[in-house]
Ligand binder design. Structure first.
Ligand code: GDP
Length: 478
């Protein structure tokens, strides 16, 4: 940092004229208001035998500032955390189920699997944690909250279908996060399956098998029949080893929320992925803008546990509110401090929400256009059939009002999903549904993210509405 001569003299408790003299001897002609650089300040302080301590400004609301750094020698190997991605219907869910069934029941006879958002398997004495929500949307929404939980991405590509749009999206999301990718070439049992075609297509995305001179691992498998699952698990362990994934179980715990909701009779229920340290019953913690004490913990087999180490998913109760997926949690030894920090964090959140730029909304679209804030309106179109998708998109693209036009950033057939909403939030878009509705998750996310969803049953009404909004002639909704 820098100080003026006057400020420095005050800090040192010396007369400023004395400091000016010393500066002159150093060849610096200075007045009392002169700014001094840190090097000069250090020279003067040295002369007085005073050590300079850099003043560090700590953001009290940033949870990362409360995490104690580990000594290298305290770190030990931890299980890898894996996310499964890929195009719809290529077999992500089937693969998740298949891995769980073949690997969990072995050791944990009698355990009733529980959906808590993630599960752990054990193979050859090595554990692996799988995130239960497949797909890159969940992955990226967590990342947009600052959480990086995935160590390895499994990209599922159906051998009878090949690389599809969401395959490419998933590749880009994984690459953006710098996460290693293993390719699961699925459905090899199917007639028409052509694994080598998948390999060929993926070379375009710099995913080249070892046999062809690259370094990408390809595992042919059938999630449905369980074939190749062992190979995949083995490959995950191999990549995990290369990645040298480590943590310190002795540390106070920190990690990320995988999912959370309010449950009748239980209150706020959140699944945590412990990423470092060991979480224990009774620990005080801050999670997002909430805080609390760990009242009870349940693992992915529905069993109550008293502690959870690195890479372990556990369902936690005892928070004073419902955090968001992707929120970080940090344990504090002092419960009061935890509450204080959570309060600071929620205050900051309120301020940020107030200050954040308004999301596009048809009700005040005209205002935004008038203020010159909007030259292009991003729209996502979902409809029940492809024909309608195309018809709606084509008509929308023809609209142009006073130099403002419409850009279709994504289209699709089927219900409005959370992934659509996340995309809308990231690109500030309006979502138009034609003969479709948002599903439950989409509805919730749209509310928290402030996304405008417009549902229609007649094409011209959809067009009319948007045109009216652009002209400031929309009937207000009551
Ligand atoms: P997701 O959308 O990627 O989660 O895909 P799903 O796991 O829901 O699978 C979509 C469809 O493909 C389902 O009907 C599955 O039964 C089927 N499927 C998944 N894996 C395989 C496989 O290895 N072989 C065959 N023949 N069908 C599969």
């Amino acid at each position: 940092g820098s100080l003026t001569v006057g400020e420095l003299s005050e800090k040192l408790g010396k007369d400023s004229s004395e400091i000016i003299k010393k500066l002159m001897m150093l060849g610096v002609m200075a007045t009392i208001n002169q700014q001094l650089d840190s090097e000069t300040i250090e020279l003067i302080c040295d002369d007085y035998g005073v050590e300079v301590e850099e003043e560090i400004v700590v953001d009290k609301t940033d949870l990362e500032n409360y995490i104690v750094e580990d000594n290298e020698e305290d770190l030990i190997v931890r299980p890898a955390v894996v996310t499964i991605m890929g195009h719809v219907d290529h077999g992500k869910t089937t693969l998740l189920d298949s891995i769980r069934h073949t690997k969990v029941t072995e050791g944990e006879a009698g355990g009733i699997t529980q959906h808590i958002g993630a599960y752990q398997i054990e193979s050859n004495n090595k554990k692996i944690t799988f995130l239960d929500t497949p797909g890159h949307a969940a992955f990226t929404s967590m990342r947009s909250r600052g959480a990086q939980v995935t160590d390895i991405a499994i990209l599922v590509v159906a051998a009878d279908d090949g690389v599809m749009p969401q395959t490419v999206e998933a590749i880009n999301h994984a690459k953006a996060a710098e996460v290693p990718i293993i390719i699961a070439v699925n459905k090899i049992d199917k007639e028409g399956a052509d694994p080598s075609r998948v390999m060929q297509e993926l070379t375009e995305y710099e995913l080249v098998p070892e046999d062809w001179g690259g370094d990408t691992i390809f595992v042919p498998l059938s999630a449905l029949q369980g074939e190749g699952i062992d190979d995949l698990v083995e490959m995950i362990n191999l990549v995990a080893e290369v990645e040298e994934l480590k943590a310190n179980p002795e540390q106070t715990a920190s990690g990320t929320v995988i999912e959370a909701q309010l449950e009748k009779g239980r209150g706020s229920v959140a699944t945590f992925l412990v990423q470092n340290g060991t979480l224990k019953i009774g620990d005080s913690l801050v999670v997002g803008t909430t805080y609390g004490r760990v009242r009870a913990m349940v693992n992915d087999l529905g069993k109550r546990v008293t502690e959870a180490g690195p890479s372990t998913p556990v369902e936690v109760t005892g928070l004073n509110g419902v955090p968001h997926a992707g929120d970080r949690f940090v344990v504090f030894t002092d419960e009061k401090q935890a509450k204080q920090i959570a309060d600071l964090r929620s205050q900051k959140q309120v301020e940020e929400d107030r200050g954040s730029s308004a999301k596009v909304n048809l009700d005040d679209l005209f205002e935004q256009i008038k203020q010159g804030e909007m030259k292009e309106i991003n729209v996502i179109v979902k409809a029940d059939v492809q024909g309608s998708v195309e018809a709606v998109a084509a008509s929308l693209q023809k609209i142009e009002v006073e130099g403002v036009n419409i850009k279709i950033i994504h289209t699709g057939v089927g219900a409005i999903t959370e992934s659509d909403i996340i995309l809308a939030a990231a690109s500030n878009a309006v979502v138009i549904g034609f003969n479709v509705r948002p599903d439950g998750n989409a509805k919730r996310t749209a509310e928290t993210e402030n996304i405008d969803i417009r549902l229609h049953r007649v094409i011209y009404k959809a067009i009319e509405e948007i045109e009216a909004a652009m002209k400031g002639m929309l009937d207000p909704e009551y």
